[in-house]
Write a protein that binds this ligand. Structure first.
Ligand code: CP
Length: 312
């Protein structure tokens, strides 16, 4: 694995290998003896961590994953302010300098779609896209798919209900791309018309003959769900030239929603949530969003292990 830029780049074989490796790293994480052994795997390697946008899960899980593998971590949060980007330095120049410093991978979250691709175009080491504006979040998509397989036992013949801010949410974009790889899946997108999924994603679904539907009827969609994937309003991003936030107050997963949801369904969310899944849902066994976040650590260990092995 060289750069990780888009969910589209993963084939099924790579995904299955990541899942096997993630299972292995979870197992090895259970005792201090094996944790110490794992920490010797990539001693001497360095991961640079540049986050131009806020992050809890992606940044910390990658940095913890690197630390657990013995990889040194250098970086900054709020890179837009705390790096020379604040003085107008281009992302290309920043990356070229890091290449000169001999880092082994660069993990970055950028404000603008396409910035990870720009970084990769000049980098001699792996660029990991930790989210680029409204573009993609490929490592999130991989951990989402891993969670779906872990919790439902399959990746095909699923009715996946994605809801919330589908226009500005990069996680639903990347996950939709991966869902098209498996047969018999249907995606039901629940949103207001203003926040519906982009036409580029619909074109990909059509290309792969993946069935999809767009609706505002949340409860009807939930009644048929195997997987519920909910997202927050991305108010930090402009919506097609307007910064007017469009309400989705009626798309809240609460106890009423739980009543119509099938018993075997699972509820996922990339987090952070800001009210669109109520805290009362957390105790329900179908709520898997914290497990999902935890799975991110092991998927990211598997990704870093693969990247670093290629440099041995
Ligand atoms: N899911 C996710 O990307 O969370 P963070 O924004 O906290 O990294």
């Amino acid at each position: 694995m060289q750069h990780i830029l888009s969910a589209e780049q993963f084939d099924d074989e790579q995904l299955q290998q990541l899942f096997v490796d993630a299972d292995m790293f979870r197992q090895l994480d259970q005792s201090i003896e094996s944790r110490r052994e794992v920490m010797t795997r990539h001693t001497g390697r360095i991961m640079l961590s540049m986050f131009y946008e806020p992050s809890t899960r992606t940044r910390f899980s990658f940095e913890i994953a690197a630390t657990k593998l013995g990889i040194g971590v250098v970086g900054t949060e709020n890179a837009a302010e705390f790096s020379s980007a604040a003085k107008g330095e281009t992302i290309e120049d920043t990356v070229k300098v890091f290449n000169e410093y001999g880092v082994d991978a660069i993990n970055m979250r950028t404000k603008e779609e396409g910035h990870a691709d720009r970084a990769a175009s000049v980098s001699t080491v792996a660029i990991i896209n930790g989210g680029d504006g409204k573009g993609e979040h490929p490592t999130q998509a991989a951990l989402d798919l891993y969670t779906i397989k872990e919790q439902t036992g399959r990746l095909e013949n699923l009715n996946i209900v994605m809801g919330g801010d589908l226009a500005r949410g990069r996680t639903v974009r990347s996950l939709s791309k991966l869902i098209t790889r498996y047969p018999g899946n249907k995606i039901t997108y629940v949103s207001t018309p203003e926040l519906q999924i982009g036409n580029d994603i619909k074109a990909q679904l059509d290309e792969h003959t993946t069935e999809y539907e767009e609706t505002t009827e949340m409860l009807s969609a939930l009644r048929e769900a195997d997987v519920v994937y909910w997202t927050r309003l991305q108010t930090e991003r402009a919506l097609t030239g307007s910064d007017v936030a469009v309400g989705q107050d009626h798309f809240i997963i609460d106890k009423t929603a739980l009543e119509v949801l099938p018993k075997q369904a699972i509820i996922m969310h990339p987090l952070p949530r800001v009210g669109e899944i109520t805290a009362a849902v957390d105790a329900d066994p179908r709520a898997q969003y914290f497990r999902q976040a935890g799975n991110g650590l092991y998927i990211r260990m598997a990704m870093l292990d693969s990247i670093m092995k290629q440099r041995d």
